[in-house]
Design a binder for this molecule. Structure first.
Ligand SMILES: [Zn+2]
Length: 288
């Protein structure tokens, strides 16, 4: 991910104008390009909320937010940047609406749009190096010790790039298709293969994982999955299958960004500036 110029000081002190400047640089790190014809020269119309850039060749008009995650937003960019920080701090939509002073619906939508940007990034990246894979069940009630998958169970696989036996550098998680997962609550070889096909680089050395959740050798990986599933239940009061993958990507990002020493706002800004927009309609209509 290439770097781009940021306004002076911390994002917390930026004016809305400086936020626009940051987004402009995130979107066009090598200078403006018309989204329609790629021409580099433009003029600016400043009468709107956000400046309009008019292509000097085809006259196409665009803004910093057009076609990005921020498309059509009425929430100041500063608030979006705050939301990014709080997302990494695992804030819920209720907490986010309190912190930002917006309605629950707006907070929920901001959270989901940011998660969607993370999902698009996750879909384009593979785990490499020495990769271990294991899995678990979301919804496995403590009372049940049966190993047979129940209708309310949601099987989840987790893979991680390992550094030695103790350290996990990067993780990815997948809400498994139940047909792939099979009828057992232990992660099948089939499911591990399916996960590897989709998430692991073909050059990586894949360590075939143990089917048992919490085996010692995979303790750090199991711990990451355990933390995620607990967060779903305790903090979010449960998540339906429809949005489970988005929240798994959210948690993977929280885990991965902590290992990367990247600054959250510039990192996410780059993702958001280059992701396709997702609408509220699409979010609420998407099939599970
Ligand atoms: Zn143009």
């Amino acid at each position: 991910m290439s770097l781009f110029d940021l306004p002076e000081g911390s994002w917390e002190t930026w004016t809305e104008e400086q936020c626009v400047e940051a987004l402009f640089n995130a979107r066009w790190p090598d200078g403006f390009r018309c989204p329609r014809c790629s021409y580099a020269h433009y003029s600016v119309i400043k009468s709107r909320k956000y400046p309009l850039y008019v292509c000097a060749s085809c006259r196409h008009q665009t803004s910093v937010t057009a076609g990005t995650v921020f498309h059509g937003t009425r929430t100041p960019l500063r608030m979006w940047f705050r939301a990014m920080i709080w997302l990494v701090a695992e804030a819920t939509s209720v907490e986010l609406s309190d912190i930002l002073g917006v309605t629950y619906k707006t907070a929920w939508l901001i959270g989901h749009k940011l998660r969607d940007a993370l999902t698009q990034e996750a879909n384009e990246q593979y785990l490499s190096g020495v990769v271990a894979v294991t899995g678990g069940i979301y919804g496995w009630r403590r009372a049940s010790s049966s190993l047979v998958m129940e209708p309310t169970d949601e099987p989840v696989a987790i893979g991680g790039t390992m550094e030695g036996d103790e350290e996990v550098r990067e993780i990815k998680m997948e809400h498994l298709n139940k047909r792939v997962a099979g009828s057992s609550r232990l992660i099948s070889r089939n499911a591990q293969m399916a996960f590897s096909d989709f998430h692991v680089s073909e050059h990586a050395k894949v360590v075939r994982a143990f089917p048992y959740f919490g085996m010692n050798k995979l303790a750090p990986l199991s711990a990451a999955l355990m933390h995620t599933l607990r967060w779903f239940d305790r903090t979010l009061q449960g998540i339906g299958p429809k949005h489970l993958q988005a929240y798994l990507n959210h948690q993977s990002f929280v885990f991965n960004i902590a290992k990367k020493e990247s600054k959250v706002v510039p990192y996410m800004l780059r993702l958001c500036a280059t992701s396709d927009r997702i609408t509220y309609r699409k979010l609420t209509r998407q099939a599970s």
